[in-house]
Design a protein around this ligand. Structure first.
Ligand code: NAI
Ligand code: MG
Length: 354
């Protein structure tokens, strides 16, 4: 990893332009020694430069320990030469695992008892983007390989063991797609069964969607393919406070990883100063953890929880606060948590001297 710490900052489109600069302020406060490297990507960048992720951005990402990315606005009608910036980054840097952790947050109306880790294969499935239209019909390729299924299953096992989790639910649709989903399921089963401390469960994706909506607390780790993971992690986000608070990590073997909020560019609220910055701040906490800045990550997590406990909330959480109001609350909480931590350290040092 490059030293000193280098973090690439890419706001992207829509509300990414609001929440990522806000998170950059938090990074400067928590890790003032980090070098922040700004870069450009997204649909507006494509319109300006002809590329959603220009070569200079690829080089910047490759030269940093990690990247904080906002959102990309991908039109749902074909635009010649355009491909989603985040999908491009995931494939280019082989960020084969997308990790989305949803837990019950300290919100009065939050459902209690939820703590689910969705581990999603991030580079293939239907997201390989191989689509063809032939007159009356159109088709898409769903690519599943044993190698990609194996490495994401190994990642799920490692994360489960590191966080003291016990059960991995493999989510698929092998009753309808026995070749592609069958390969994913069988590969995942054989990987997990080599970990004696982990229990394997299997579930069809439609059943998993129902259980996530009705009884999300029953899940521990969900391991699944690209499209299913995209949809299921949005449901998991929805039952734990919504897209305004859900964060995501895209990681590979080693080297640069990309952290982002789960949400997109939110064109309906972009430019109004009311986007919830918490999702991007939680992504920032994951980024700091990944970069080995464990204390900073912990301070940020605690500050986020404190600000959620206060009444200062954006409209998506039922409040009337602006992005800036929430940022002020979070920055104040960071200062408070840092002061308390310093006091604890100095009391402990005093005790040790006596
Ligand atoms: P979206 O996630 O942008 O917004 C869905 C709804 O959630 C909207 O009502 C929005 O206002 C609200 N919302 C999202 N984030 C919020 C926040 N931080 N604070 C408050 N409210 C928030 O999804 P949508 O509208 O379906 O897609 C918009 C664009 O974003 C599309 O072009 C899509 O392709 C792109 N997109 C990009 C993603 C990425 O970059 N990883 C992920 C999802 C969508
Ligand atoms: Mg999504």
């Amino acid at each position: 990893m490059p030293t000193p710490l280098r973090i690439c900052i890419i706001p992207g489109d829509g509300i990414g332009q609001e929440v990522v600069p806000a998170a950059a302020r938090v990074i400067r406060r928590l890790v003032p020694h980090a070098d922040l490297v700004p870069a450009d990507a997204g649909f507006a960048c494509f319109e300006r430069t002809g590329q959603a992720v220009p070569q200079a951005t690829m080089t910047a990402i490759a030269g940093c320990n990690a990247t904080l990315f906002g959102a990309t606005a991908s039109p749902s009608t074909p635009v010649p030469g355009y491909r989603s910036a985040i999908v491009t980054m995931r494939r280019h840097f082989r960020l084969f695992g997308c990790i989305r952790h949803s837990r019950s947050l300290p919100l009065a109306d939050a459902r209690p008892g939820i703590d689910v880790l969705v581990v999603r294969e991030n580079t293939e499935g239907l997201y390989v983007g191989r689509e063809t239209a032939y007159g009356d019909y159109a088709e898409a390729t769903r690519l599943i390989s044993a190698s990609a299924s194996r490495r994401v299953a190994e990642l799920a096992c490692r994360l489960a063991e590191e966080s003291g989790r016990r059960r991995i639910t493999i989510v698929h649709k092998a009753n309808i797609l026995p070749q592609t989903c069958g390969l994913f399921r069988d590969t995942a089963r054989s990987v997990i069964s080599a970990h004696p401390g982990l229990e394997i469960e299997e579930m069809l994706v439609d059943t998993a969607a129902m259980h996530l909506a009705v009884n999300p607390g029953r899940f521990d780790v969900i391991l699944t393919t690209n499209l299913f993971g995209d949809i299921l992690s949005d449901i998991a986000a929805g039952v734990t406070g919504g897209l305004g608070v859900a964060a995501s990590a895209n990681i590979g073997e080693a080297g640069p990883a990309v952290f982002e909020p789960v949400h997109g560019s939110a064109p309906d609220i972009a430019g109004r100063g009311v986007a919830n910055p918490i999702a991007t701040l939680r992504a920032t906490a994951l980024l700091l953890q990944y970069c080995g800045e464990h204390d900073a990550a912990q301070v940020l997590e605690r500050a986020i929880d404190r600000s959620l406990e206060s009444a200062i909330r954006t409209p998506d959480l039922g409040g009337t606060a602006t992005t800036e109001d929430v940022m002020q609350a979070v920055l104040q909480s960071i200062d408070g948590v840092m002061r308390e931590t310093e006091q604890m350290v100095s009391v402990a040092a005093e005790g040790a001297r006596r």
